[in-house]
Design a protein around this ligand. Structure first.
Ligand code: TEU
Length: 596
């Protein structure tokens, strides 16, 4: 990887662009590898598995939050940004991780969670201590509203992410504080300049000075809220709390704040940045965050594709909504093509710690054969798309959702549990059933169960005697990394090959344009990738993926590629290299043709 390429084209001095070609791997540390038998993954465990990442072809590791935290939301509730949560290890272990990764030419990025802190953070403890504390204004405090009967109500009717009001009453000073997530996660007040300065110094520079290469930035577009704090329109008559993202997302000063973060920290440190951009479904809103000239973020995660199947609005999020393949295709095209002709950049991903597993959602985990074939089709889909590619731990071995036979007690996530209990409390049995079924597909828990390393007890994640913090999947004896490493036909071997091919033809796969072929076809997902015109002509690739359980005719390759048949060859196929002899695509078969 060219790690120190100066970008002369964008005209931004000192801005390196190595990350465009990078493959980034997300580690969810609690579930990756436990080294000390306490059933909770840790940094020494992660360090012991760097070779797995290197063999896969990973360039950057993103580690989900490891900081001191009461773990109300798995570390996305930080109580001390400069300390490591003891079960993960120590600050020295982070230094070792960085050194060991750098020795293998792998970079390390941490999760930056600065829209909110934990209520246990010193800043919040001070802020809540009195109305005239100097840090009072570092969080968002508002007086109550009272109705004609003198009953107290929150300042606004907003619904938070985890199925409650966004406001919690604090007896000590008789005011409400704002929290978009759990009551234990109060929102920081980015309007306060001293607070912003403390964030840059305390949470960012501290780790960059230790050699960390950048950040995945949590909830990056929620720092600026509308300041009038008014009620949202009532769109869910069943609930006292109303969805209100227009009140607290992409607010009036958001670009000012992110640019300041860039100017003061990200830019000078040349730190890699990838922001989490929810509730922003229009390309015209996204470009200002990721245009190189804007000097804000290198790239963002936009969630239209990964949110497919989630229910409407905030309250019904876990009531599954089926969708046609054409929807997946058109959303993919939108979020591939939106950077064409701009100086912006995009990301490619289909899994993370907040969603169900890709095979269980976009593929088919119902039989071993459909699991294998659809896992490879998904690998081909992801590795042939434009942008920086993100893989989530376990994706490379085709880990799937928890079995539907597992009860609610196996779901540990605050969001899953709150939605389930909200549905149960409603007394509406049909809603409860819909939520239970939806959670089986969409819950955040599915991606958080222990990594399946081998077929030993507890899947090699921890010792045989330990009690893992989440249950190990029943299928670990057949689905595990050790078995797949030795099998040339495994999903893991396929990812390794496809990732190499992606780099080899980076002009087409990583940087090319994207155009759907037959957008209306509800079985075949086919698209043309084209690189830039060079002396040797234009490089093209046609990706054809049968996203169904039935054999289907293959599209006309030379017509779609506008090439003669003898100018085209099969570059890779999920069923091996002989498959291009047949005009029929087998169930879940994928092929990539390139011109030469
Ligand atoms: O998620 C932010 C977020 O708003 C959602 O997109 C997220 O997927 C979640 O399901 C809320 O419904 C980030 C983290 O990725 C998530 O794990 C945290 O819970 C959240 O921030 C709060 O810090």
């Amino acid at each position: 990887m060219a790690s120190l390429q100066w970008d002369t084209k964008s005209g931004i001095a000192g801005k390196t662009q190595w990350w465009k070609d990078a493959t980034i791997y997300q580690v969810y540390p609690a579930s990756f590898k436990d080294s000390n038998g306490d059933g909770w993954g840790d940094l020494p465990g992660l360090i012991s598995k760097i070779d797995h990442l290197q063999e896969l072809g990973v360039d950057v590791v993103w580690v989900s939050p490891i900081f001191e935290s009461p773990q109300k939301d798995m570390g996305y509730d930080v109580s001390d940004y400069q300390a490591v949560y003891a079960p993960y290890g120590t600050v020295d272990d982070v230094d070792t991780l960085v050194a060991e990764c750098h020795a293998r030419n792998i970079k390390v990025i941490l999760d930056l969670v600065v829209n909110h802190t934990s209520t246990e953070h010193e800043w919040f403890k001070e802020s809540r201590s009195s109305r005239d504390n100097p840090k009072r204004d570092w969080y968002i405090w508002k007086p109550a509203r009272y109705d004609e009967d003198g009953i107290r109500h929150p300042p606004t009717n907003w619904r938070g992410y985890f199925a409650s009001s966004t406001w919690t009453w604090d007896e000590a000073t008789s005011q409400y504080y704002l929290h978009l997530y759990a009551p234990d996660q109060p929102d920081l007040n980015w309007e306060n300049a001293a607070c912003r300065e403390a964030i840059y110094e305390n949470t960012m520079k501290f780790w960059l000075d230790r050699g960390v290469d950048g950040f995945r930035i949590d909830t990056v577009n929620k720092y600026s809220k509308r300041q009038d704090f008014i009620d949202a329109p009532i769109t869910d008559a069943q609930s006292p709390h109303q969805p209100a993202p227009e009140m607290w997302c992409n607010g009036p000063r958001i670009h000012e704040f992110i640019h300041e973060m860039y100017e003061k920290v990200l830019g000078p440190y040349k730190a890699l940045s990838v922001g989490e951009l929810s509730n922003t479904p229009h390309p015209s809103q996204v470009i200002p965050y990721v245009s190189a000239a804007a000097q804000e973020l290198d790239m963002v995660f936009e969630f239209s594709v990964i949110r497919l199947g989630t229910g409407n609005g905030f309250g019904a999020k876990y009531e599954y909504q089926p969708y046609p393949l054409s929807k997946l295709k058109s959303l993919t095209e939108t979020w591939q093509a939106f950077i064409e002709g701009t100086d912006a950049w995009t990301t490619v991903f289909c899994e993370n710690h907040d969603n169900g597993r890709a095979i269980s959602r976009f593929g088919d985990d119902s039989t071993p054969e459909s699991w294998l074939q659809s896992g490879k089709a998904i690998a081909l889909w992801q590795t042939t798309m434009t942008g920086t590619l993100f893989l989530y731990q376990g994706q490379e071995i085709g880990m799937v959702n928890m079995p539907p036979t597992w009860g609610m007690e196996e779901y540990k996530d605050i969001e899953s549990r709150n939605f389930y209990f909200e549905a149960a409390d409603s007394g509406d049995q049909a809603r409860l059933e819909r939520t239970r079924k939806g959670l089986q597909i969409l819950a955040r828990d599915h991606s958080r169960i222990p990594f399946q390393w081998d077929d030993s007890p507890n899947s090699g994640f921890t010792t045989a005697e330990a009690q893992p913090w989440m249950r190990v999947h029943d299928n670990f004896q057949s689905v595990n990394a050790a078995r797949q490493a030795n099998d040339p036909n495994s999903i893991l071997s396929f990812y390794k090959y496809a990732l190499r091919l992606r780099k080899e033809h980076g002009d087409v796969f990583i940087h090319g344009s994207f155009k759907l072929v037959d957008p209306e076809d509800e079985f075949i997902f086919a698209y043309l990738k084209q690189g830039s015109v060079t002396d040797n002509g234009r490089r093209k690739a046609l990706v054809v993926l049968n996203m169904s359980r039935e054999a289907r005719p293959c599209p006309d390759i030379s017509r779609a590629m506008k090439c003669r048949q003898d100018e085209v060859r099969l570059a890779v196929g999920t069923r091996g290299m002989d498959s291009d002899q047949t005009q029929l695509l087998a169930p879940w078969e994928g092929r990539v043709y390139i011109n030469y």
